[in-house]
Design a protein around this ligand. Structure first.
Ligand SMILES: Nc1ncnc2c1ncn2[C@@H]1O[C@H](COP(=O)(O)OP(=O)(O)OP(=O)(O)O)[C@@H](O)[C@H]1O
Ligand SMILES: [Mg+2]
Length: 363
């Protein structure tokens, strides 16, 4: 268990700055997940924490110790990669014990440490097997076992499940969650997968182009995003964004909007913080799951035109057009599905709407 601090950490490759001054404090025992679009610098940041990539400026601290120039093996960190690269000619036990052997630990010592990790990961029956005789999930567990035996203070995972099929991902996700519970170790985890981020993280760090856009618990980022980037990135299917015009404030701190795209004459949307002036043109954010086919107290009517429907079994998603030809996704819970060209009526609660200014920041 250890604390991890990044202080104004920067990294360039050639003339291109990839990590643009990241500050982050991770408490001991936290499970922090980095999310962001491909190329935003998630792996680079993780590799900098591991010491596999030098920083250009800034400082990395582990348990209040400056490790910015400390070599990787001395940082007390273990990293699990997407491509888990086991040694094919070694057994599971040898693969897991290899790092310990390099560290000069004798055979008996290695064996007891490997057995302990194998017990935690349910790998005991496979210790004598070679990797080719293992399933994808078992191989991934060996890769995690290789990290566990070193008793690191901090675990770093870079998309460790993305090579696995859907069912195995779910199982391994639960195993990683329970591993975190049992070891109580600090974990930093990179993923593209919304569900992994939402379910594993104590806090999510949303990165865009080398900049931290928001840090918070999964539900904070879902409910209370700071900007359109985070609002669009967290949640699946993604939040709908439609243009709207501001008409002023009501006496209750709500912004009055006209949303021609959705056929709304006026809707009173709560603001994050009261403000005296508004831009005339704003963007309204509505999540697909917040549309209802039933009217409820205080809800506002929305009209859309059905394009196509995706049925997933438990739920369907209507891909629709607004009056202004913006595409729009709405969750559909009834069994009978609408057809292309149908005019659809939905209802939305104003408090489920988010408002963004022209710069993409939340209003
Ligand atoms: N060694 C390198 N030399 C030059 N550019 C690099 C190097 N490593 C990474 N980059 C660039 O830095 C940027 C960030 O890369 P990084 O691998 O950190 O992204 P990522 O967020 O992990 O993306 P993905 O989700 O696709 O894995 C990319 O534009 C990448 O091309
Ligand atoms: Mg990456």
């Amino acid at each position: 268990m250890a604390e991890l601090k990044l202080k104004n950490v920067r990294k360039s490759f050639g003339a291109t700055e990839i990590i643009k001054g990241v500050d982050l404090s991770i408490a001991s025992g936290e499970f922090v997940v980095f999310v962001g679009p491909s190329g935003c610098g998630k792996s680079t940041l993780l590799r900098m924490i591991a010491g596999l990539e030098a920083v250009n400026s800034g400082q990395i601290e582990i348990d209040h110790l400056n490790v910015t120039s400390t070599e990787p093996s001395k940082r007390g960190i273990a990293m699990v990669f997407q491509s888990y690269a086991l040694y094919p000619h070694m057994t599971v036990e040898e693969n897991m014990g290899f790092g310990l052997e390099m560290a000069g630990i004798d055979k008996a010592g290695r064996r007891s440490m490997v057995l302990e990790a194998a017990r935690i990961l349910n790998l005991e029956p496979y210790l004598e097997r070679k990797p080719k005789a293992l399933s994808g999930g078992q191989r991934q567990r060996v890769a995690i076992g290789r990290a566990i035996v070193r008793k690191p203070k901090i675990f770093l995972f870079d998309e460790p499940l993305s090579n696995l099929d859907a069912e195995l991902r779910v199982r391994m996700r639960l195993e990683i969650a329970s591993l975190h519970r049992r070891l109580g170790a600090t974990m930093v985890y990179v993923t593209h997968d919304q569900i992994e981020a939402m379910t594993l993280a104590t806090r999510i760090v949303a990165l865009r182009a080398g900049v931290v856009e928001q840090v918070g618990s999964p539900m904070e980022l879902y409910r209370n995003p700071d900007n359109m980037f985070v609002a669009g990135f967290i949640g699946s299917p993604r939040m709908n964004f439609v243009p709207a015009k501001t008409l002023g404030m009501d006496g209750l701190g709500n912004c009055i909007l006209e949303v021609a795209a959705l056929g709304i004459e006026t809707i009173h949307v709560p603001l994050r913080r009261p403000q005296a002036t508004f831009p005339a043109d704003v963007t309204l954010g509505i999540r697909p799951e917040h549309l209802s086919e039933q009217r409820s107290e205080g809800s506002t009517r929305i009209s859309l035109s059905c394009d196509i429907v995706e049925q997933l079994g438990n739920v369907s998603y209507v891909h629709a057009w607004t009056n202004l030809d913006n595409d729009f996704i709405a969750e559909w819970r009834r069994v009978e599905k609408p057809s292309t060209g149908d005019e659809l009526t939905f209802w939305i609660a104003p408090e489920d709407c988010l408002l963004f200014g022209p710069d993409g920041q939340r209003l």
